[in-house]
Design a protein around this ligand. Structure first.
Ligand SMILES: [Zn+2]
Length: 68
């Protein structure tokens, strides 16, 4: 499948750890499964995986905001 973002790369289905940064603090969201573009780095997730990633990001944001 061709990448819908850049139209150049091919999307590759894989699972990998995704770095995430909020307010200068970094974490890694483990074992994120999606279709990743090798050309531009964009990725496409299923609805279920998007929700899990969103929840993980929000949880990390709360942790950072709490000062931990
Ligand atoms: Zn792309």
């Amino acid at each position: 499948m061709q990448c819908p973002f850049c139209g150049e790369g091919a999307l590759v289905h894989q699972t990998k750890d995704m770095p995430y940064t909020y307010e200068g603090k970094s974490t890694v969201i483990p074992a994120v499964t999606g279709d990743f573009c090798g050309a531009c780095g964009e990725c496409v997730f299923t609805d279920k995986e998007s929700k899990r990633i969103g929840d993980a990001m929000l949880a990390f944001n709360r942790l950072v905001n709490s000062g931990a």
